[in-house]
Design a protein around this ligand. Sequence first.
Ligand code: GTP
Ligand code: MG
Length: 330
Amino acid sequence: MPANLTPQYLKAEEQYRRASTPEEELRWLQVMLSEIPKHKGTEKLQSDLKTKISRLKKELQSQKKSGRRSSLRIPRQGAGTAVLVGGPNAGKSQLLRALTRATPEVAPWPFTTQKPLPGMMPWEDVMVQLIDTPPVTRDHMEPYMHGLIRGADLVLLVLGLAEDEELEAAQGVLEKLATTKTRLAARSYLDENDIGISYTKTLLVANKIDAPEASGRLELFLELCPVEFPVYRVSALQGQGLEELRQAIYRALDVVRVYTKEPSAKKPDLERPFTIKRGRTLRDVAAQVHKDFVEKFKFAKVWGSKVHDGTVVKDDYVPEDRDIVEFHIA
Ligand SMILES: Nc1nc2c(ncn2[C@@H]2O[C@H](COP(=O)(O)OP(=O)(O)OP(=O)(O)O)[C@@H](O)[C@H]2O)c(=O)[nH]1
Ligand SMILES: [Mg+2]
C-alpha cells in the first residue's frame, strides 16, 4: 500500500537524516510520528518510529547520568558544509590548508589532528565551509563524527596514495562507518528498510597523486574497494586537481545563487548572493533576506536565464542559478 507521506513528514525526515545530536534526532522522530498519515500502509513505519524514539530516550538518559556528551557543534556557515574524513596521514589537514585560509597542523606522522577545525573555501562568489577532522581507523572514531557527517551536505573521503598502508587505512574508515548508522554513499538519503541509517553524499579525494606509483595505488584501491563515489585525483601539497575539486564540491552542494535588488536601486547587489538548495522556492530566499519577508511578501520581479527580464512571480517561484530578484513586500 502506498504510504502517501506528506510534505511535512518528508521535511521532518530530511531534518532527522541531518540531525547532528541525539536530542535533534529525538525531536525530529517525534515530529515524524505526529505527521505520519495514520493508516495500514504506514503501520510498520509507525512502529519503527516508536521503537527508535524509545531507544533514543533511553540512550539520552544514560548519557545524562554518565555526563558524557557525544556531540559537538560547529555553526554552519556559507553555501554548505563539507566534512573531510579519512585515515591517519591521508592529507586532510593539508587539503584544508590548500583550499581555505585555515592553518591546521600538518605533520608526517599520524594522529596529528585532535579536534575538528573549520575553514571557508571560496568558489567564484560564494564560500563553502570545510571541516578538518581527526583520523578514523577501523578501531576508533570520535563519537561526534557521526553528527558532523550527518549534519554535513557532503563528505570528502580523503585517501592518501603515497604508501600502500594508506589504502588499507581508507578501507578501514569505510568498514568502521559500515558498522554504524552513519554511512557514506553517492547521494544523501535515509535507508528505506531501516530509517535509522543515514547516508551522506561523498566524493572520494584521491590525494598525493604526485607521489611515485600513486596512480597504480588508486587503481588497486578501487579494485579492492569498488566505491560508487565520484573520484577526484589531487595533490594537496602541489596543487594538482584542486580547481576541479573546488568546483565539484560546489556542484555537489546542489545550490543555486540568488542576487537581490532593492526596488528603488538601479543595480542588484552582485557582491553577496544568497544560496538555497536547487528546487526550493523564493520563500527560502525571503526567509534569509529578512525574518519579516516571508509573511509580508506581495510579489517579486525576476531577471534570469529562464525568464523574461522583470517577470512578476509569486513566492512559489523556483529560482535558477544567478537569478536576480526584487522583493516587493506589504
Ligand atoms: N606527497 C604528498 N604528501 C602529502 C600530500 N598531502 C599531504 N601530504 C603529506 O602527508 C602527511 C600528512 O598530512 P596531514 O595533512 O597532516 O594528514 P592528516 O590526514 O591531516 O593526518 P591526521 O591529522 O593524522 O589524520 C604530511 O607529511 C603531508 O606533508 C600530497 O598531496 N602529496
Ligand atoms: Mg590532520
